[in-house]
Design a binder for this molecule. Structure first.
Ligand code: WTA
Length: 663
């Protein structure tokens, strides 16, 4: 099996024990935690549930057998907004909950008391617009404080938020709203990115026009230039002013009730809706924020992801706030106005824990160590990475130049569907191995298997499977809606197809398994090195896109006959999108390339525009007419092509190679 993006694993490398100073103060430092979780499973997860405040304490931690339904904390009731805000008021109402730094040097912060007021007022406003339990409220906002406020306001009402990444296009927004049957939208006038103003409301207006149901729209006047509001539109500031001082009782939810919906990309060309639960999810993110990221209430935690992706949901908003810490929200980019911007902010806010993606670190390396060196980064205690494999040199640079050679680094593996971290070292317990993420966390069941589902030996690469349920699992996996796919991989149809989480389990016989669709190899100690996606998704700069979705967009462009999209290794973004396009005869190429880029920008967003569009008279195909993406990937990476005997048109490969590399 070959994985995308990461090259050969290096096993048996250096083993770096947790620094003694770190171990002494770590939230988890007892190595027995692994055995304890093992012998007490599933009740071991009570430790996670105990981090939360419940309206009805769960007597039962887990109910379920070998197959779904799986129920976490089945008799527990709680409210996520209460857990992230209200319960901290007694001890730290004047501590900062949120620190926001905008793109233009503007900044704002909210204490827990102030956050409580904002969340209540906006919850009251939403309630008066008609939002009730289980209504889906779409949030289409950039990194502004009102985004977590709106998430928590929804949670307070028992409404389900559906955050759509602000960089997505009108079409992508409309599709996600239609699938989620969402009749409420919160957006803003616009925002700045690298000095350019982005007209967010225009995109929201276009999405609204494309929907065939009514939508109430709340518009935040973020730029403060006044917004034109037609019927069905409401001004965020006015709504909040009208509800000044209002308080809304947090609605007690069953642990399995939905907290939010988020769309990700999977094997199919369609966005995959993932719905996370209130109890299991919150317990799992709180537990991992504490045990893996080592967050405690007096810390300032900075996860540099965007809230539009799962990482921001779990480790900017829910994990840190559930633990009562100070969480940093950064609305700008790492190199604007200068390449030392992040380090200036670490220094200014005395950040304790910093969590970012390997792509970002590779950019920092390219820019040079002098940028972090100009700032005092000694407040940092722990560094984390997520989103893609981190190679050893990048890991070492991060530890040396950001972590002062002293901070532990955790390489955390998880995905939208898992809700929270599942594989990492525990920084106060486990030695670090640069280039390897670590073992499955205590209580997590995982194995590396071959194509037949049999476990492979240490050192052999295979596919990672999860063999036991976990508290942060999404609803569709827990209630078995993903169960039953004959080949174990296809998205199972479901009453609410947008709520189906697909690659779920093995063929109907055999034990329950979830397939995250990642290649991996374990070493003798069980440390996992990840080898990249094995499905048709590509991770670009830690963001996941579906090649199928890209292909269907590109094929929709006039003049395109066929297209195949692959992920090519890329030094800075991990993977880059390469589109191989066979134009219809006589289609003008120059114009076509631009129209393809525009179409992708319209359908998905600028973030998904291919790094290369390579025109070819034909795609490499098998005799049965199937496009061999494996060969395109090899061409894009300038690798050995391996066996090409299945090809109908082998002569095309030389041509493809020169066109790819003569660009
Ligand atoms: C990849 C982001 C290697 C993996 C939280 C996974 C990783 C996909 C790591 C999920 C890591 C995430 N090492 N690969 N530490 N973390 N991935 O849903 O392929 O946006 O399946 O969630 O990112 O991407 P998603």
């Amino acid at each position: 099996m070959t994985g995308e993006g990461s090259g050969r694993p290096r096993l048996g490398g250096e083993r770096i024990p947790p620094p003694e100073w770190f171990r002494r103060q770590a939230t988890v430092s007892d190595p027995d935690v692994y055995d304890a979780f093992e012998s007490e499973w599933p009740d071991c997860w009570r430790r996670a549930g105990d981090l939360l405040s419940w309206d009805d304490d769960p007597e039962t931690v887990f109910r379920g057998g070998e197959t779904p339904p799986f129920e976490w904390f089945p008799d527990g009731r709680l409210n996520a907004s209460y857990n992230c805000v209200d319960r901290h008021l007694d001890e730290r109402k004047n501590q900062r909950a949120l620190v926001w730094e905008g793109p233009l040097g503007d900044s704002r912060s909210y204490t827990y008391l102030e956050l409580h007021r904002e969340v209540n007022e906006f919850a009251a406003a939403l309630r008066d617009l008609g939002v009730g339990e289980d209504d889906v409220v779409t949030l289409y906002l950039p990194m502004v404080p009102e985004l977590p406020v709106a998430m928590l306001a929804c949670a307070r009402l028992g409404a389900i938020h559906n955050v759509v990444f602000a960089g997505f296009s009108a079409d992508a927004l409309a599709e996600r709203m239609a699938r989620a049957d969402s009749a409420y939208l919160v957006t803003c006038d616009g925002y700045y990115r690298r000095g350019d103003a982005i007209a967010q409301k225009n995109k929201a207006d276009n999405a609204r026009l494309a929907l065939d149901h009514d939508v109430e729209v709340v518009v935040l006047d973020h730029l403060g230039q006044g917004v034109h509001l037609g019927p069905g539109y409401h001004d965020y500031g006015d709504l909040v002013a009208d509800h000044a001082g209002a308080e809304v009782d947090p609605v007690a939810r069953d642990a399995a009730d939905s907290l939010f919906r988020i769309y990700t990309s999977g094997t199919t060309g369609e966005p995959r809706g993932v719905t996370h639960t209130t109890g299991g999810y919150l317990a799992h993110v709180a537990w991992t924020a504490r045990s893996v990221l080592d967050i405690r209430p007096e810390d300032t935690h900075w996860c540099s992801a965007d809230i539009g992706w799962i990482t921001g949901h779990s480790y900017i908003v829910y994990g840190p706030l559930a633990l009562g810490t100070t969480t940093v929200l950064y609305g700008g980019t790492a190199d604007h106005p200068e390449k030392d911007r992040l380090w200036k902010l670490v220094d200014r806010h005395a950040v304790d824990v910093f969590y970012t993606a390997p792509t970002a670190i590779r950019a920092f390396m390219k820019w040079g160590k002098e940028h972090p060196a100009r700032h005092d980064l000694s407040s940092l205690r722990l560094l984390g990475t997520v989103g893609e494999p981190i190679d050893e040199p990048t890991w070492r640079w991060y530890r040396e130049h950001i972590g002062g050679g002293e901070c532990p680094v955790v390489d955390t593996w998880w995905q939208t569907e898992t809700g929270a971290i599942l594989v990492s070292t525990l920084p106060g317990v486990d030695p670090m191995k640069p280039g390897s993420a670590g073992r499955p966390l205590p209580g997590i069941g995982a194995a590396v298997v071959d194509a037949g589902g049999e476990p492979v030996d240490p050192g052999e690469s295979g596919e990672l499977v999860l063999t036991r349920p976990w508290p942060g699992m999404p609803r569709a996996l827990a209630n078995g809606t993903g169960w039953g796919a004959r080949d174990g991989r296809r998205t199972a149809a479901d009453a609410d197809s947008s709520d189906s989480v697909a690659p779920s389990e093995s063929p109907d016989a055999g034990p329950w398994r979830y397939h995250p669709e990642d290649g991996a190899v374990a070493d003798a100690e069980g440390y996992l090195t990840f080898l990249g996606r094995i499905d048709e998704a590509v991770n670009v700069a830690g963001r996941r896109f579906s090649t199928m979705e890209l292909e269907s967009t590109i094929v929709g462009v006039e003049g395109v006959a066929e297209a195949a999209v692959v992920g090519a290794d890329d030094e800075s973004t991990g993977t880059a999108i390469y589109a191989y396009v066979a134009p219809e005869r006589d289609a003008p190429e120059a114009d076509l390339r631009q129209r393809i880029r525009d179409a992708v920008e319209d359908a998905i967003g600028a973030v998904a525009i291919p790094a290369a569009v390579v025109f070819t008279p034909d795609l490499p195909k098998t005799r049965s007419g199937k496009v061999m993406r494996r060969l395109l990937r090899a061409v894009a990476n300038d690798e050995d092509l391996g066996d090409t005997s299945a090809l109908r048109n082998p002569e095309i490969l030389g041509e493809l190679r020169s066109r790819t590399h003569d660009k």
